[in-house]
Design a protein. Sequence first.
Length: 156
Amino acid sequence: MPADLSESILLDYVRFQSNKQPRPASSTINDRVAVADRALHRSFPETPCQMARGFHQAFLHRRPMGLGRPRLALSRLRVKVPKLNILPLSVNEVARFWSSFYTSRDLAIVGLMLLHGLRSAEVLALNLDDVLLSEAQLRVRGKGNKLRFLPLVSCL
């Protein structure tokens, strides 16, 4: 069986994946190819990695935390992932977003997340004790249980 493995099998698999309807995303194809490559290499460890000639490039692979010398590595066969274009919301979309909140609670949650940069878990973990009205501050426990204080703005 290892003798039957060739670079063309992996290329045929990529072509098969990219021609399916609806077309899978490029990152999905890359993940599937990586899983297939690891499965083949695990079943037949003596065979070389399934890299197609002409589709890989040499690059320096750095060790974690910059320790040791970088070593030469080869890139894998990958389908090009298109760059993500982020389009800003129109004025109508923003107005529709803000008008979708029915209670002051919903508006307060979204306001804290947008205006103070709170994560959803941080908003959910807030208690009444965390609102320090005398100091005009909000006590927030963030990632790693880190405590930070945010200013409360006055609406008067």
